[in-house]
Structures are given as C-alpha cells and as structure tokens.
Design a protein around this ligand. Structure first.
Ligand code: PMP
Length: 329
C-alpha cells in the first residue's frame, strides 16, 4: 500500500512484544512503536489531528499561505513543522531551552522558526505555552494549542485506540502511558473503553508531576523532579486529560525509567527515549498488580536518538547521579 504523503504515513505503527518485561511479569507486555512515525514520535498524530481540524474550520488551506505556531517540548513542534511543510505552510515553534539539543537542532534543520525561551512556571506569562499563544495572535496565525485543543485526543481516539484494538484482536487487559498533554492517554482510553469498559487504564507519572496525586486524590500536587522530557504536569490538568476514563495511576522514578530504556536498547534492539522507558516501567508495575496471564499495552513515544546528548551521555548521567549503562561507561 502507498501512503499519499507525510500526513497519510502517520500512524499504523507496529505493536511490539517486549520480551524482557513480559518474562519478568508472566504477562504479555506490548509497546506501540510510535518512534516509527515519519516525524519520529507519537506527537505526529496530534500534529495531523490539530492541523486537519484547522483545515476543516477554514483556518488553513492546503498550499495557500498559512502559519502554525506552537509551544512544545519539541516533538509536537517536529510533527507540526513537517506536516506544515507537506502542505506549504510555515511553522513557528517555541521551545524551553532546557529541552534536548537534538530536538532543537532538528526543528531548525526542518525549517521551523525556532524561538527558545527560558523555563518558567505555567503561572508566568513568559511560559512557552503563553509565549506561543501571544506570537500566534500577533501574527494572525493558527495556534495549535495542543494542551486544550480536543483535536489532539480526538486523533488518538480515531487512530491509536482502534489500531491497538485491531492489533490485539480485542485481547487487551490494560493500557498505561504517561501524559504531557494527555492526548495519547485520553483518546486511546476512550476508544478502548468504548469497545470494552473492562480495559484498565492507568496513568504513568514521573516525579515532579502532580497528575499521580490528581488521579489518586483529586488534587494536583507535585514533588521532586525528573529528567524525562515531554511528560508530567506540575500544576494544571490539561484540557485534553480532563474527563478521561482513568482507573488508576502509578509513579515511576527516573532510575526505573532509565533502567527500562537502557534494557530495551541493549537486550531488545529498541532505541527509545525516557518517556518510553517510564511507560514500560509502568506497564511492568501494572502487570505485577494484575498478576500473570494479562496483556498490557503501552507506548514507545520517541527514539533514543533524540536524547544522545543527555540520557545516553555518560558525563551527563554522572552529573545527574544516574546510572551509566555498561557499554557507555
Ligand atoms: N513522550 C514524549 C517524548 C513527548 O514528547 C510527549 C509529548 N510532549 C509525550 C510523551 C506525551 O504525549 P501526550 O502529549 O499525548 O500526553
């Protein structure tokens, strides 16, 4: 089958059996290989969902002048910039300067107008989300607004969830993943629950994020911090996550996330980033709580290549007091 363009090549990613996680738990743990999307991450889905909705609303027209603006940890910006290139539009991407160099360099390479901003709390008008909204208003451009724009979760409800259902032939007991915007978790959860309300949905959260406490107690409360990028929310539940059918939450440390990340690479040939490691650690925790014989699906959000200078850099790991994998030591 031939994909007609970038947009059409997004999605339909393989579901990969994770051998070590499955052996360790007696469950079958499956990872949705989102790093195989054409822009290299799960966020390609949000990008085509959001831009497709903007076209439907008449805010953008293919091959007519147009600009999309977004604030992003990087991956959404990459998806938006590539999807915009494929339709003749420009992109302005606001990124906190703390994000990995690989993502920032890649955004520049693909032609995005990259604006770096210092990291700020969401309450500060200089936060990257507010900055991107202001730039969009000033330019009269389309603001993607991935946190609150429901086209994000809707795209996962249309694509990720049904894909998982079909790939597992409906044999799926639980789905777990971390949240940045919550689009992946909310949309996939809605699609799976609609087909079988018994599918257990578990939010995976890093330290420094308040979403674990939100699921457990109804109050957003954060402590600590994490080296993972693109996931966790310290102070606010994104619009895309509100109302999602979530049954439970697990909190995962950086050590656990990185252990899985390194093990997937060394023992299974899967190069993934920190959020994917965290998701696999969460899937193992869910498997252990459910007991052997269950099938748990999670998301391998992006590639390890996006974090060579950080998670796979022995000096950086040592500085952060994190374990260095044997082959890099
Ligand atoms: N992992 C990575 C690497 C990401 O960039 C993001 C999005 N920022 C996520 C996970 C979370 O996805 P979502 O926004 O759909 O919750």
């Amino acid at each position: 089958m031939v994909a007609t363009d970038f947009w059409d090549a997004v999605g339909n990613t393989p579901l990969i059996r994770l051998r070590r996680a499955s052996e360790e738990t007696g469950c079958e743990i499956l990872g949705k290989a989102e790093f195989m999307n054409p822009g290299g991450s799960v966020k390609d889905r949000a990008a085509v969902g959001i831009l497709g909705e903007a076209v439907k609303r008449g805010l953008l027209t293919p091959f007519q002048p147009g600009t999309v603006v977004e604030g992003t940890a990087g991956n959404t910006g990459i998806g938006l910039a590539l999807a915009a290139n494929a339709r003749g539009w420009k992109s302005v991407i606001v990124v906190p300067e703390t994000q990995s160099r690989e993502k920032i360099d890649f955004l520049r390479m693909i032609g995005a107008d990259v604006r770096l901003v210092p990291p700020k709390p969401l309450s500060d008008p200089g936060h990257y989300v507010h900055t991107s909204r202001r730039i969009a208003e000033e330019m009269g451009a389309v603001w993607a607004n991935q946190f609150d724009n429901q086209a994000n979760a809707a795209e996962h409800e249309r694509s990720s969830g049904p894909e998982i259902w079909e790939q597992t032939e409906g044999k799926v007991d639980a789905f777990t993943c971390a949240c940045g915007t919550g689009g992946t978790l909310a949309g996939t959860a809605r699609a799976l629950k609609a087909r079988n309300p018994g599918v257990r949905i578990v939010l995976a959260d890093p330290h420094g994020s308040g979403l674990f406490s939100w699921v457990k107690t109804g109050k957003v409360a954060a402590e600590g911090n994490s080296v993972t990028e693109g996931i966790g929310q310290a102070s606010k539940v994104p619009g895309n996550l509100t109302g999602a059918p979530i049954d439970d939450a697990v909190r995962i440390s950086d050590e656990e996330a990185l252990y899985q990340c390194f093990r997937l690479l060394a023992e299974e040939g899967l190069s993934v980033g920190g959020s994917a490691g965290l998701n696999v650690a969460a899937a193992i925790a869910v498997a252990k709580s459910m007991g052997p014989g269950h099938r748990i699906v999670t998301v391998l959000c992006d590639s390890g290549a996006r974090y060579q200078s950080k998670l796979f850099n022995p000096e950086w790991l040592r500085e952060k007091n994190l374990p260095v994998p044997a082959w890099l030591a």
